[in-house]
Design a protein around this ligand. Structure first.
Ligand code: AMP
Length: 113
C-alpha cells in the first residue's frame, strides 16, 4: 500500500516528529494552515474516521490526549486551539489515513470554509 502517513510512521519518509505513543505518532503538517499545525495519526492504517469502531477507543483517546499535551508544549494551550477530523472528500480529506489536525497560534474563523 502506498500511504504517505504509513511511510512517516515507519520512518521511510521524513517528517518533524513531535510525539510518539503506543498507538500514535504526531508530526508537523508540511503545509501549515496556522502557526501551530500538527497531525496526530494512528500507527495502524485506517482509511477514514468513518471506519473507526469501538475497539479503537484507546487509540482515539491517546490521539486527543496527545493533542492536548502538544498544544501545551506549543504554548497555545491557554489561548485555545482546534482539533479537526476531515472525513471524506466533501470535507476536504486528502490523505486516506486517519489524522487529527491540531491547529492554533492565531484566531481561527468559524464556520470553517
Ligand atoms: P486532510 O486534507 O484533512 O486529508 O489533511 C491532510 C494533511 O496532510 C494536509 O494538511 C497536508 O498538508 C498534510 N500532509 C500531506 N503530506 C504530508 C507530509 N508528507 N508531511 C506532513 N504533512 C503532510
Amino acid at each position: 500500500m502506498d500511504c504517505i502517513f504509513c511511510g512517516i510512521v515507519d520512518r521511510s519518509l521524513p517528517a518533524e516528529l513531535l510525539h510518539e505513543g503506543e498507538h500514535i505518532v504526531a508530526f508537523r503538517d508540511i503545509t501549515p494552515q496556522a502557526p501551530t499545525h500538527v497531525l496526530i495519526v494512528p500507527r495502524q492504517h485506517i482509511d477514514s474516521v468513518a471506519e473507526l469502531e469501538g475497539a479503537h477507543g484507546e487509540m482515539l483517546s491517546e490521539m486527543i490526549l496527545a493533542a492536548n499535551t502538544i498544544a501545551q508544549q506549543e504554548g497555545i494551550g491557554d489561548a485555545g486551539y482546534r482539533l479537526v477530523f476531515n472525513c471524506g472528500r466533501a470535507a476536504g480529506q486528502s490523505v486516506d489515513h486517519v489524522h487529527l489536525h491540531l491547529l492554533g497560534g492565531r484566531k481561527l474563523g468559524w464556520p470553517p470554509g
